[in-house]
Structures are given as structure tokens and as C-alpha cells.
Design a binder for this molecule. Structure first.
Ligand code: IPE
Ligand code: IPE
Ligand code: MG
Length: 253
């Protein structure tokens, strides 16, 4: 077990971790939605919601660690989000650096490993630099995997995989006969990761918005009307608890 720094330390550990340690979702994915509406409700610019949402990320990383979740995948920016006004996109692209500047030392102390899925190369230089630094610094950590879906789109991911598969077949690195679901999965950004067990979406929307279409085939979904900046460790805990009551059948009986 790694040492825990104060912001990870829970005064009320008993109430903030699950009593039933069975059946904890190994991989939790979250569509963190509702930042803009949270700000607008308060008469603030939309970006104020993104800023507030950033601090919630820290709390949920803590909660995931405390509850023994192994992988936390956070939908941070979709390939469709480039459609937004440039000022909003620019603001969002500066948040990873700000987040890491504030929290990276604690994340390192708590053995968190940082990774991303999505088209990393197309991000602004300053965003890439900050995240790459964090990836390098945490690459040997074996605690929670904190996986940011950044410039991520599932259809693009699948198309990209198909193109790579075809190239590998042409180059005789892969044969059509051996290609199966497991091998195909290795061509996705999520290569090496188990599929999410639990998907949470905040803000009342009940859609996937191009998130992990392949990987969510048998994932349990959990929706809440709470807007992301109002999301809390308690609500996260409720979602985990409800997950524990679900019966996953995978088509069986
Ligand atoms: C989620 O909140 C954050 C991103 C998509 C980057 P939104 O910005 O989508 O907030 P709403 O849905 O407009 O309220
Ligand atoms: C999904 O939220 C993307 C992220 C949370 C990063 P959106 O707000 O972009 O989704 P739509 O447009 O409501 O489907
Ligand atoms: Mg939204």
C-alpha cells in the first residue's frame, strides 16, 4: 500500500468506502457532463463550470483510490467538442496543465499513473507537454490508472483501428484468419485495459456521445441529473454501491 497524502486521506473512511468489498468495479468510466449549465445557472460564463469541474476530478480520483477502483477513465474532451467557440476550447486545453500543476505531486505520492486515450498528437503543444510530463513522471506507478479521454471519439478510434488492421494484413504482420475480437481490441486506444464495468454520466443526458462504443458492450450504465461540478464522493459512492447490486449476465442465465 502506498502512503496517502492529506488530500487523499479521509477523516470518515468508514462512510466513504464501500462496506462490501466484493464486486467493486475494476474500471469506471465517467462522462463528466453539465459544466456549462452549472455555470449558466449561476450567471457565470460557461468556462467557470469547467474550472469548477476540474476540482471535482481531484475528489473523484481520491474516491476511486479509496474504493480500490483500478482504472478511472474520464471523458474530458471529445472529437466533436472542437465545434465549440475557440475561446471555450482554448480554456479547456489549458486545464490539464493547471490541474497537473496543482495536483501532480499528490498524484505521484499516491501512486497514480496518468495516461490518455484519443488523438494526443493533435492537441495544442502546451497541453501535450504538460500531460506528457505527467505520463513520464507516473509511468512506473502501479496504483490507480487515471486515464483521460482527450480529443477522443469512438468512431474515429474504430476507423483508425480498421485502417491499421488492413495495413498489417497487407504487410503480412496479421492474417485475416487469426483476426478476432481480442486481436481487434489491441488496435484500439484502450489496448491492454479491461472494458469498463461501470459507466457514469452526469447532467441528466442519457446518451454515449461517441464514447467507447466498442468497449461498453456489456458495461453497466448509471445516470444522474447532478451536473458535473456538483458531483461528489458521496454520489460516486452511491453509483458504486448500486453497481454492486446489479446482476451481470452477459447473455447467459
Ligand atoms: C462537459 O460539460 C465538459 C465538456 C464537454 C468539455 P459541458 O461543457 O458539455 O456542459 P453542458 O453540457 O453544456 O452543460
Ligand atoms: C460529452 O459531452 C463529451 C464530454 C463530456 C467530454 P457533450 O456535452 O459534448 O455531449 P453532447 O453534445 O451533449 O452529446
Ligand atoms: Mg455537455
Amino acid at each position: 500500500m502506498s502512503m496517502k497524502l492529506p488530500f487523499f486521506k479521509n477523516k470518515k473512511t468508514e462512510t466513504n468506502t464501500l462496506n462490501d468489498l466484493d464486486n467493486i468495479p475494476q474500471h469506471v468510466a465517467i462522462i463528466m457532463d453539465g459544466n456549462g449549465r452549472w455555470a449558466q445557472k449561476r450567471g457565470l460564463p460557461r468556462v467557470a463550470g469547467h474550472k469548477e469541474g476540474m476540482n471535482v476530478v481531484k475528489n473523484i480520483v481520491k474516491a476511486a483510490t479509496n474504493n480500490n477502483v483500478q482504472i478511472l477513465t474520464l471523458y474530458t474532451f471529445s472529437t466533436e467538442n472542437w465545434k465549440r467557440p475557440k475561446s471555450e476550447v482554448d480554456f479547456i486545453m489549458r486545464l490539464p496543465k493547471e490541474f497537473l500543476h496543482t495536483y501532480l505531486p499528490d498524484l505521484i505520492e499516491n501512486n497514480v499513473r496518468i495516461e490518455t486515450i484519443g488523438e494526443f498528437g493533435a492537441l495544442p503543444e502546451h497541453t501535450k507537454e504538460a500531460i506528457q510530463y505527467a505520463k513520464d513522471k507516473t509511468k512506473n506507478n502501479d496504483g490507480l490508472l487515471l486515464n483521460f479521454a482527450l480529443n477522443y471519439g469512438s468512431r474515429f478510434e474504430i476507423m483508425r483501428a480498421i485502417k491499421q488492421v488492413m495495413t498489417d494484413i497487407e504487410d503480412s504482420k496479421l492474417s485475416l484468419d487469426t483476426l478476432d475480437e481480442n486481436i481487434f481490441s489491441e488496435y484500439l486506444y484502450t489496448d491492454g485495459l479491461t472494458d469498463p464495468d461501470l459507466l457514469i454520466r452526469t447532467s441528466g443526458e442519457q446518451r454515449l456521445s461517441n464514447f467507447l462504443l466498442w468497449q461498453l458492450a456489456y458495461t453497466e450504465f448509471w445516470f444522474t441529473d447532478v451536473l458535473w461540478p456538483d458531483f461528489s464522493e458521496e454520489i460516486f459512492q452511491n453509483a458504486l454501491h448500486e453497481y454492486q447490486q446489479r446482476k451481470r449476465r452477459y447473455g447467459g442465465i
